[in-house]
Design a protein around this ligand. Structure first.
Ligand code: NAD
Ligand code: APR
Length: 238
């Protein structure tokens, strides 16, 4: 029985790095190869929708070849073994948390395996390529489909649920994120203000490292399973 009653976990690209998915801001990260303003902003999509479709089609196809790693699996074990309230908020648009068995999961930046119609607003699972001729299966409009991912300048999904969870948690754990992008980068301060114990598990200190009560630096597939086993064993001395 853990001494904590309500856990919120935030994950970023770093938790999927050892599954073979590039992060965004590491030395060889995605944003070092492509300008985020061209493929991850509404303006970029309006300017050249074909380029944006191609960028996410490549990432969607790449997902078919990757598997969850020991860090994803450890978080699924934590969700199953923890008897308090639990929410896993991910910034990632991949499906590796689901594939590892996580269910109490929220994709605040959307999912690459989902499509959104800009005409009728419907969103639904989508695993094939999207093109400028893709047709909405609801309103039958063509040319208005986009990947269901939150871009720079757009508001993330389900922020009310996230804010409520942060206000009521007594343990907040941030894993594999550089703490560069808001509002996710501010979650640690919200949790701290609510009196939560805050922990950072990352390869290196993030932008918000000074807000954390505790940090363990190392590869997610090593540090996350150890942290989860300690928590579930109730030996946690944090
Ligand atoms: P922001 O201020 O939240 O983030 C801007 C980020 O862009 C900065 O943190 C910086 O790290 C990064 N950046 C700046 N110049 C860059 C460059 N040349 N190359 C790569 N990265 C660069 O941006 P915002 O417009 O306020 O975003 C608000 C919302 O957009 C946030 O809610 C965020 O969750 C969302 N978002 C989603 C995606 C996505 O691809 N899903 C990408 C970014 C932001
Ligand atoms: N184990 C643990 N952490 C790792 C590993 C690993 N094997 N590899 C990298 N990291 C860490 C890096 O040190 C870095 O701090 O993961 C973090 C990745 O940071 P980013 O590349 O900035 O990714 P993220 O924080 O998820 O970006 C946030 O920005 O572009 C937007 O919407 C996009 O969701 C993304 C958001």
């Amino acid at each position: 029985m853990s001494k904590f009653s309500s856990i919120v976990i935030l994950t970023g690209a770093g938790i999927s790095a050892e599954s073979g998915i590039d992060t965004f801001r590491d030395s060889n990260g995605i944003w070092s190869k492509v300008d985020y303003r061209e493929v991850a902003t509404p303006e970029g999509f309006a300017r050249n929708p074909g380029k944006v479709h191609a960028f996410y089609n490549k990432r969607r196809r790449g997902l078919r070849a990757v598997r969850p790693n020991a860090a994803h699996e450890a978080l699924a074990r934590l969700e199953a073994g923890f008897d308090g309230s639990f929410l896993l908020v991910t910034q990632n648009i991949d499906n590796l948390h689901e594939a590892a068995g996580s269910r109490k999961l929220l994709h605040m930046h959307g999912e690459v395996n989902a499509a959104l119609c800009q005409c009728c607003g419907m969103r639904w699972p989508w695993t094939e390529d999207l093109t400028i001729n893709s047709q909405c299966q609801w309103c039958k409009t063509t040319g208005q489909m986009r990947v269901d991912v939150v871009w720079f300048g757009e508001m993330p999904y389900r922020m009310d649920e996230i804010d409520a969870a942060l206000t009521n948690c007594d343990l907040f754990v941030s894993i594999g994120t550089s703490g560069n992008v808001y509002p996710a980068a501010g979650f640690v301060e919200q949790a701290k203000a609510a009196g939560a114990h805050t922990v950072e598990l990352n390869l290196e200190p993030s932008e918000g490292y000074s807000f954390f009560d505790e940090a363990v630096y190392g590869r997610a597939t090593e540090v996350v399973p150890l942290f989860v086993e300690r928590l579930l064993a109730g030996q946690d001395d944090t």
